[in-house]
Design a protein around this ligand. Sequence first.
Ligand code: ACO
Length: 452
Amino acid sequence: MNPENEADDSFTLTDNGTGESWKLPARTGTMGNRLVDIKSLYGTTGLLTYDPGFTSTASCKSDITFIDGEKGILLHRGYSIADLAEKSDFMEVCYLLLYGELPTPEEKNSFNTDIKHHTLIHEQLARFYSGFMRSAHPMAIMVGVVGALSAFYHDSTDITDIEQRRLAAHRLIAKMPTIGACAYKYSLGLPFPTPRNNLSYAENLLQMMFSNPAEDYEILPALSRAVDRLLILHADHEQNASTSTVRLAGSSGANPYACIASGIASLWGPAHGGANEAVLKMLEEIGSVDRIRKYIAKAQDKKDPFRLMGFGHRVYKNYDPRATVMRKSCHEVLSTLGIQDPQLELAMRLEEIALNDDYFIEKKLYPNVDFYSGIIMKAMGFPTSMFTVMFAIGRTVGWISHWKEMLVDDEQKIGRPRQLYSGKKQRRHISLDRRGHTEKKISWSWLWGGGR
Ligand code: ACO
């Protein structure tokens, strides 16, 4: 861990009822907000804190990624995302996230070689796919197949062994594109692709997705660069929902494959990684430019659950710096491919209208990375259902880097949040024959929350 200013000042917490007060240490990282260290709060005061969604709570300390949401800054190990996207490739960023420094040419070469030697999947694992419906969502397959890796690679599930941890990390980075491309080919009923070790990570991913044994496939450099950039932009994002899920799963000592499967499950949700797919579904629903105003009004109507997908972010209350890079890449890909797609034109018009709308300006709702990544992937020919899979392939290195960091953090404990209990107080049990009829109309929907 980087040296940190130890408790250099403190806060005083006073109970206005009893007049009792306690000193709580302040902590300051190398950059970013001051924090109140409440680790000892419960032990010394018996008090708990309440923070649904962790909007004000740091769950760990980390050296990996820094975000300043107000200023629109994103740094990995101190390097800006714009520099990394412009000057490095995805393999370098993987190395940086995992090992803390950009690799030397020798280190890069050896890392690349090792990753390439793990790209194939076990034949038995390939048979796993046939248990899924052809119509299964590829993220459902990803959760299952990645989780199943722990049943195949017993030589890398002992988390107390550093070499096994390294092996699992490299394997996961290497196999994710193969597992993802197989999920896609399976849905089409096409043969599974073979990874090609003479290609770069991004080229190989494109090749596995779009080639077939009957034809040659030409990899356009502009597209492989765009895929590489897309992976870089998704590689890590601090303590987001899926990374926190991986850390929480890993905090119990679960094996790395199970932890990454839990991250994939969390990423799937439309408020997180599923947003890029939701963007395209939303564009389909809007349908044409003349209907944009209606949907902007729906997004502003508090009674309407509709939200503009691909807009807003929990942390960035200024522009999403990844979106700036992705927007440029998006325009490059569209012009390279010379695509005239009415849906993409609709997206560009929606972006323009929303960016000039008072509601979105006041609430600081800017297009996020998912808005452009959905458009870019559609232009390249990725089916919508594969968008979140691409995100998962890029984010795997981030998940593993956090998992690796967590395992050696001596302050880390099993994740076990507390709660504000709002249920019934203790009551006496009533036997079945003595329970009276209730006046309330009970239905499953009432029981599942509609009536509560
Ligand atoms: N469309 C319309 N209104 C919105 C949107 C949106 N996309 N996003 C936020 N708002 C409004 C909210 O209604 C709320 O209004 P209020 O203050 O009047 O109540 C205000 O903006 C703040 O929104 P919150 O939901 O409190 O913000 P939060 O930080 O909790 O949510 C989130 C962030 C989940 C990303 C939200 O902006 C959203 O749902 N966006 C659409 C989904 C999306 O694009 N997700 C991808 C995130 S990026 C990623 O995962 C890589």
